[in-house]
Each structure stands twice: as C-alpha cells, then as structure tokens.
Design a protein. Sequence first.
Length: 353
Amino acid sequence: MCINHKGEITTRVLSVPSAKASFVKTTIERRELRPHDILIDIKFSGICHSDLHSAYGEWGGGIFPMVPGHEIAGVVAAVGTDVSKFVVGDRVGVGCFVDSCGECEYCLSGEEQFCTKGVINTYNSLDFDGNPTYGGYSQKIVVTEGFVVRIPDSLNMDVASPLLCAGITTYSPLKHWNAGPGKKVAILGMGGLGHVAIQFAHALGAEVTVLSRSNDKKDEALKFGADHFYATSDSDTFRQLAGCFDLILNTVSANLDVDAYLSLLRIDGTLVNVGAPSESDNFHVFSLIMGRRSIAGSLVGGIRETQEMLDFAAEHGIAPMIEVINADQVGESYERILKSDVRYRFVIDISTL
C-alpha cells in the first residue's frame, strides 16, 4: 500500500479526463483513514448505464477527471480505530452513495438516499469537505463504515457487484409497492435492470409478466422466473392486457407511449419508473383519473434495505447475468451498451487494472 506524507492512500484507477474522452489509467489519492473509515481492496466493479451518462456529460454538472463506478465488491483491507461493524478480510460492497448528514428525518429512518442536506454519491459528487468523490473503477476506496454492506458468503463477488445498483434499484420499488402473492406485476424492459427485477418479483411471490419489444428474450425471461411474456411490438398486446396489472415497473430509459401503458393497469394500479429518459414524457390526465391510477418514480434504497436485498438475493439464489471484462475493455463495453449488446451487465475484474 502506498501512503504519502499526508497519510493519503495512492491507488490506481480508470479515469475519464473530460466528457466523452477515452479512459486512461492513472493514480489518485484516497483520504487518510478516519476513525470510522474502511479501506476496501476492490475486486469487481459493475458498469451501470448511469456511468455512461455521467462520463459522456449527458446529465450536466460532471466533475472531471471522473472515476465512475458505484457497484463495488471487495474485501476489507484496513479499518479505522473506531470501526465496529467490519474487520479485515470481510467481503463487502459499496453502492450508489458513500455519505449523508445522518441527522435529517430520512437518514434517521434509513432512507439516506433522500438526505435533505444532499446525499454524497460514490462518484461525481462533492463530499462535505468539498472534495470530489471517485468511484469503483479503482483498486482501492475509502468509505465510512455506515455506508458499507456485507456480501453474503453464498454470493460470488462478481455477481454481487451489480446488485449494489441494479439490485436495489429494482428490489426497493417492488417492496414499496407490495409486490407479492396475489399481485400481478409487469416488468417493462428486459435489460440490466429488468432481468434482475424479474427474479426479485418472482421470489417475492408475484405473478410476473415481462413486456419487451420483441420475443428475442422470451426463453431467458421464463428462466429468470417470468410467468408470462408479451412483445410490445405486437399490436394485439395492449388489447389483451388492458386493465391487467397492479404494478408495472418500467426499467426502460427511452420515452414511451405512457397512456398505452397506463391502460394496462387495474384500478389503483401504479406505473413506477426506474429508467430515466433524457426527454420528458407526455400523457393525458384522464389516463389516471378514469382508473384512479398513479405514475411514480423510485431511486434506490437506503443502506438497511440494500443489506436486506443482498441477504434476500443470497437466500433465493438471485444473480445478475454478467459478462466479466478486463480494464482495457471498458471503453468498448460502453459502445456495446449503447447498442444493447450485453447479456446483461458488464463487470470489471479490477485485478486487470
């Protein structure tokens, strides 16, 4: 371990110098361990579509140079003097954020993602000292112990890494909107989020239908636990499924015919969005009024719910389908993601960095 005269820890990273630039291998300094900090040797880092949006500067406010990555799986390498939850050698994970105020009503209720002071994202964010955060495309990271979760022994670490974002992004709304026995749930889109959502919805006991553009992924959807599969390109699909679902979880990042999908909901049904298109959607309010339907959105879960999700995944054998790549393939993987050429999540083997 390299430590400079300030006590900071030098680590190798994959960095984007500017928006849409190619990745370069370089080094950064992680902060000196504070009493409640944990130093993690990163083993695997998943690639999320939001990494592309950030690295390409599509959402604005990018902090460059940028080290993306918020699906981090690794092993505890060192702990601060007051750490009580973890010891060296523990298998751990870090998700979408690494700090919050800890004092507001949402932090106190275990929903740190909604911190009123502003949650500190794992990368492309400023911490409370005003320093930029750098993510998981890195050999090491320092995180306060309250924002680290334990990876169950039965989950392989490469498979666990996408659960830190894709897993909690889908598990949280399914739990919040009571997906379970007696509920008919549709998963819209079968990509990096959708294929995980199918598994969670099935394990929670819901009747699961997958809505995808074509039938190309039907066999895989059924293997993941779907009870039914419909191609949205089939003009008869919307007539067949009118008024069918209690919940539709939209994992698609493209604009939709919102009214058409609202028509698939039962009375009091909800269309929940976890995909984030760059342009605004449009809909007619009568699509809501006539069925007392709702449109909602969901972010991720808090730390407690993220741990709950990992434990649930381990118990039920839920695992993302992944393609492990080396550090030199990250730029190529971004291009493939834009072409939907992945089944279904890329994961970087950090040992190749």
